[in-house]
Design a protein around this ligand. Structure first.
Ligand code: CTP
Length: 242
């Protein structure tokens, strides 16, 4: 959810930042990019490409644009979401939203014709990089899913502890785009080891006396709009959601 502190300290003009992307099957790599970008300024505008724009430049998405817009809007570091943002970031777009500079992960993104999507803003000196989170990507998530079977969650089809038919658990756990030493997990483990970072994903406040505290739990695998809506409704039932 958008944060309250969208104003600059003192009298200086608030720094407005732009991040754009597909945000397909939004994962913590995306959230971590928004976290880093938000920390570089005071107000974060996130441009999300439409299905048609992505199809033209990259190929089809798993999630449709409404699901992707909702996922980004639910991220606490996004102050504003711009729907149907152009795939190649233009200075006109930045000016329209009064943006100081663009932030993108430290990888290159190209359009259908092979040009760097950020060349225009790079040339204008309005481009900054944040650190891309290793070991997680939409491609990787799709790859992990492809290693599972259609009925791997159906109960009663196997004895407790026996291997699930057709599922190579190790292959699923270790599936990664990059090469990793045998037996190690992806960059997820590396990322989660920093508890200081995890804390930033919550509101950071303690429940107040008299607060109605609501607790939910779940696996939240492939976090999607159904999860987001569930959490939103649970939060409405009380004052503090755990
Ligand atoms: N990003 C990141 N770390 C990741 C994945 C994405 O920092 N592991 C950043 C990208 O660099 C970009 C933003 O998240 O600044 C949005 O990325 P997106 O356009 O959705 O595409 P990809 O970079 O292709 O992400 P993915 O590979 O997961 O589809």
């Amino acid at each position: 959810m958008p944060q309250d502190n969208t104003h600059a300290e003192g009298d200086r003009k608030p720094i407005r930042i732009w991040v754009d992307g597909c945000f397909d099957m939004m994962h913590f790599g995306h959230a971590n990019a928004l976290r880093q970008a938000r920390a570089m300024g005071d107000y974060l505008v996130v441009g999300v490409h439409s299905d048609a724009e992505i199809e033209k430049n990259k190929g089809p998405c798993v999630m449709n644009e409404d699901e992707r817009y909702a996922a980004v809007a639910a991220c606490k570091w996004a102050d504003e979401v711009v729907k149907d943002a152009p795939y190649v970031t233009t200075l006109e777009t930045l000016d329209e939203y009064n943006i100081d500079f663009v932030v993108h992960g430290d990888d290159i993104t190209t359009a259908a014709d092979g040009t760097d999507c950020y060349q225009l803003v790079k040339d204008a000196g309005r481009y900054q990089e944040c650190k891309r989170t290793v070991g997680i990507s939409t491609t990787e998530l799709v790859g992990r899913m492809l290693l599972l079977t259609r009925d791997h969650h159906i109960r009663g089809t196997r004895a407790a502890g026996s291997p699930i038919q057709g599922v190579d658990r190790e292959a699923v756990a270790n599936f990664s785009q990059g090469s990793k030493p045998a037996g190690t997990l992806t960059g997820i483990a590396h990322y989660l080891s920093t508890s200081k970072k995890i804390v930033q994903f919550s509101s950071g406040r303690e429940p107040r006396p008299g607060d109605r505290v609501v607790y939910v739990d779940g696996a939240f695998d492939l976090f999607h709009t159904g999860h987001i809506e569930f959490i939103r409704r649970a939060r409405e039932l009380g004052d503090y959601l755990l």
